[in-house]
Design a protein around this ligand. Structure first.
Ligand SMILES: C[C@@](CO)(OP(=O)(O)O)[C@H](O)COP(=O)(O)OP(=O)(O)OC[C@H]1O[C@@H](n2ccc(N)nc2=O)[C@H](O)[C@@H]1O
Ligand SMILES: Nc1ncnc2c1ncn2[C@@H]1O[C@H](COP(=O)(O)OP(=O)(O)O)[C@@H](O)[C@H]1O
Length: 269
């Protein structure tokens, strides 16, 4: 079976407090974006992973989230070994959730291929065991994410027809490191409320808390955000724990050039 796991961006992200289990309680909106990996899973005699596209340096098969998804289901269900063909197009370690999407789409594919009859709720629970972001990609609809990111409620965010300009710089920000440097706080501007307000208020009120700790360390990220505004974005921000920065535009933007970038892409939402 062939599936196309897509990326996400975060609209606003409030890191509220650190929990006793070490994770952080947060409030964010996650939005699917049309940038995809290509993943094929076939039944086989021996489990193997074949990769192409962007290389995942230093990630052996056993650490790949697709393999972990298969292993997790294998503990409970009598499923065969699989051949995994992954063509990676979503830059990893960019705050775009590519690895999490691969894991969730693998669960969905295995559920269908081997007729496991897992409900969406059961698949979300399994996905959340693999990563905080993974459950979102089971329904893959705009959602308000709370808890450690796995509690999801549908939200109405109408960005259809708008343009997303994505800049992925040549630096990798680890999610664990980003959480380690953040100062959690309760925000007065709830993300769920701000997105219901006119988009011209977002620039001041829709805040990704990671920017305050990451921009001083990597000033070029702030520079990219400012450049996106200078090019006419009605909103620009870092996605998740970075390092991808995106701008939202009413009209198709001019191609945007920035030195030392892994990827610059314009997508119609
Ligand atoms: C920041 C966000 C925002 O959507 O996305 P990315 O930027 O990674 O895409 C997510 O919270 C990332 O979720 P995900 O990448 O699935 O994280 P996990 O694998 O569960 O955890 C990686 C590490 O991040 C920290 N972590 C993660 C989630 C959370 N709510 N609190 C945390 O403190 C923990 O230190 C954990 O060891
Ligand atoms: N299928 C996969 N695709 C991408 N990254 C993966 C995958 N499996 C495991 N990983 C690991 O997950 C981390 C990046 O996860 P990803 O979701 O792409 O980034 P982010 O959390 O920044 O959005 C990397 O350390 C990578 O080694």
């Amino acid at each position: 079976m062939v599936v196309f796991p897509n990326a996400k961006i975060n609209l606003g992200l409030n890191v509220r407090y650190k929990r006793d289990d070490g994770f952080h309680e947060l409030e964010t909106i996650m939005l699917p974006v049309p940038m995809v990996d290509i993943l094929e899973i076939l039944p086989a005699d021996k489990t193997e992973l074949f990769e192409s596209g962007i290389t995942l340096k230093g990630t052996p098969m056993e650490q790949n989230l697709i393999y972990k998804a298969w292993s997790l289901l294998k503990t409970q269900y009598d499923i065969p070994a699989i051949k995994i063909y992954l063509h990676k197009k979503i830059p990893s370690g960019a705050g775009l959730g590519g690895g999490s999407a691969d894991a969730a789409f693998a669960i969905r594919a295995l559920n269908e291929m081997f007729e496991l009859n897992l409900s969406p709720l059961e698949m979300k629970k399994k996905a959340a065991m693999l990563g905080s972001d993974c459950a979102f990609f089971i329904e893959n609809e705009p959602a308000l994410a709370t808890g450690r990111g796995e509690k999801l409620e549908p939200v109405q965010v109408d960005l259809k027809g708008k343009y997303l300009l994505l800049v992925v710089p040549g630096l990798h920000v680890s999610t664990a490191e980003a959480y380690g440097n953040i100062k959690p706080h309760e925000s007065e501007r709830l993300v769920r409320y701000v997105v219901t307000q006119p988009a011209n208020t977002w620039q001041n009120d829709l805040i990704n808390d990671f920017e305050a700790s990451i921009f001083p360390v990597y000033p070029e990220l702030k520079n990219i955000k400012e450049n996106l505004y200078a090019h006419g974005a009605f909103y620009a921000a870092m996605s998740g724990s970075g390092s991808a920065i995106y701008g939202l535009f009413n009209d198709e933007p001019e191609p945007f050039f920035y030195p030392n970038t892994r990827l610059i892409k314009i997508l119609k939402l």
